[in-house]
Write a protein of this length. Structure first.
Length: 439
């Protein structure tokens, strides 16, 4: 039954990808002229089906993941929202949705869901949305009309890239949940999720770096009216959770700060005035720091680099040093695990992602799931836990034996695990493990 379910899912997705890529208004020209595409996509489906079937067996047998199907009570009402379009179908399904099915407690956290927002004017988006909506976990599908003329620009990547940044400011239009967790379509969960990991003492957590990207910092200062204190467009910050009620306040503030008559005009100014130098998530989190600070739990990793010193191992964007030396910012250097990773060249459709997820299933099930007993426990356990506390992906254990020698990306200083003199990375990860055990 599992094989049939997974095969049908991938077959449906593969055909949908093919049609979304090549079909024109005259769909009668679709299949007869592209048989080789069909062959490779079906082959791809079979390979992935077998891999994900094996992983799903581990998931079903995992003691912690599968123990107790009772509905949790008093959990935050949360929607995970992703702004997507038809070309993102493969990464959305293979990275975000499959990892959600593995690690999100959807059978117990019943007042949480997924919302996917597509372009309303695109037939290909409607086609892909229909396909994705039929696959587990059956996300809610929403469509967004294009914004007025002069709202968007194409100076950075494309107008579509500008549109998804604009669209995130309107996520409150697509769900009534009290909290909205924003993710990119190519982000993936890397560990079991509990409400306690996302809400600290009842407050949604916000992660960031006290450093990075000087030009972005100038942009944020103009848009918010205050100097920035954190950069939130990072690998491990997702989901970025914001109270639904705060979106409208944020739009009003930005509109006033940009001397605009509405948010569309304000965003148009941002888009054209600061080409390639803005991030919607960093704009949002810095606004929240100044105007809604007490309603969130802040975790701002310190940047220890001193400008002017010679350190070739530091990432170039970190060489500006700290964004803020204010004591109230520095005291928020409180390590916390990251439950997602952003897309990297080493994963996505790369088969390495199968090993990556599998490591976490083994760790989460105390090595009792599937074939975990055959793995190299200690090294994999340590690298899997390290990954929740670092921006890049740590190399998993026993690389040569597992044919993973090319994934070691620990090259720069910021790739070290997040820890402080008060709390080392093992202690931080133990909090996460205890949250799982307590659930």
């Amino acid at each position: 039954r599992k094989i049939e379910k997974h095969f049908n899912s991938f077959k449906l997705l593969s055909i949908g990808i093919m049609q979304s890529k090549i079909f024109e208004e005259d769909k009668s020209t679709f299949l007869p002229h592209q048989p080789y595409i069909l062959f490779f996509l079906v082959l791809f489906s079979v390979i992935n089906t077998v891999s994900w079937y094996n992983l799903s067996v581990q998931n079903d047998q995992a003691l912690i993941i599968s123990s107790g199907r009772q509905t949790w009570v008093n959990t935050p009402n949360l929607s995970i929202v992703a702004r997507v379009y038809h070309t993102a179908g493969p990464e959305l399904y293979n990275d975000f949705i499959l990892s959600y099915n593995l690690f999100w407690p959807k059978d117990r956290w019943r007042n949480s869901d997924i919302v996917l927002v597509f372009d309303n004017e695109s037939p290909r988006d409607h086609y892909m949305a229909n396909l994705i909506g039929q696959l587990e976990p059956f996300p809610k599908i929403k469509f967004e009309d294009p914004p007025p003329k002069n709202t968007l620009c194409s100076d950075w990547r494309s107008e579509g890239y500008s549109r998804q940044q604009y669209s995130n400011f309107y996520n409150d239009n697509y769900t009534q949940s009290e909290y909205i967790g924003m993710v990119d379509s190519d982000a993936m969960f890397i560990s079991v999720v509990t409400p306690e990991d996302l809400f600290i003492n009842g407050k949604p957590r916000i992660l960031g770096y006290n450093g990075c990207c000087r030009l972005w910092a100038y942009t944020i200062a103009d848009i918010i009216g205050h100097p920035p204190v954190l950069e939130s467009m990072l690998v491990i910050t997702f989901p970025i959770i914001i109270k639904r009620a705060h979106f409208s306040d944020m739009r009003k503030h930005i509109t006033n700060q940009m001397n605009a008559t509405n948010f569309e005009e304000a965003f148009g100014k941002i888009c054209t005035r600061y080409p390639q130098q803005y991030s919607q998530f960093s704009i949002m989190t810095n606004y929240l720091w100044y105007y809604k600070r007490e309603e969130y739990s802040w975790h701002i990793r310190d940047n220890t680099y001193i400008p002017g010193t010679n350190n070739e191992k530091i990432h170039p964007s970190m060489k500006w040093g700290k964004l803020s030396y204010a004591p109230e910012v520095l005291e928020k250097n409180v390590p916390i695990v990251g439950l997602m990773k952003h897309y990297d060249k080493n994963y996505g459709l790369d088969p390495v992602s199968i090993f990556y997820f599998s490591d976490y299933v083994c760790v989460s099930s105390e090595w009792k799931a599937g074939d975990c007993r055959h793995y190299y426990h200690k090294d994999i356990d340590e690298s899997a836990k390290l990954n929740t506390l670092m921006a890049k992906r740590a190399a998993t254990g026993h690389l040569q034996e597992r044919n993973l020698s090319h994934v070691d990306v620990l090259k720069t200083d910021e790739d070290r695990p997040w820890e402080t003199s008060e709390k080392n990375w093992t202690e931080v990860n133990n909090i996460h493990n205890n949250n799982i055990l307590n659930r």
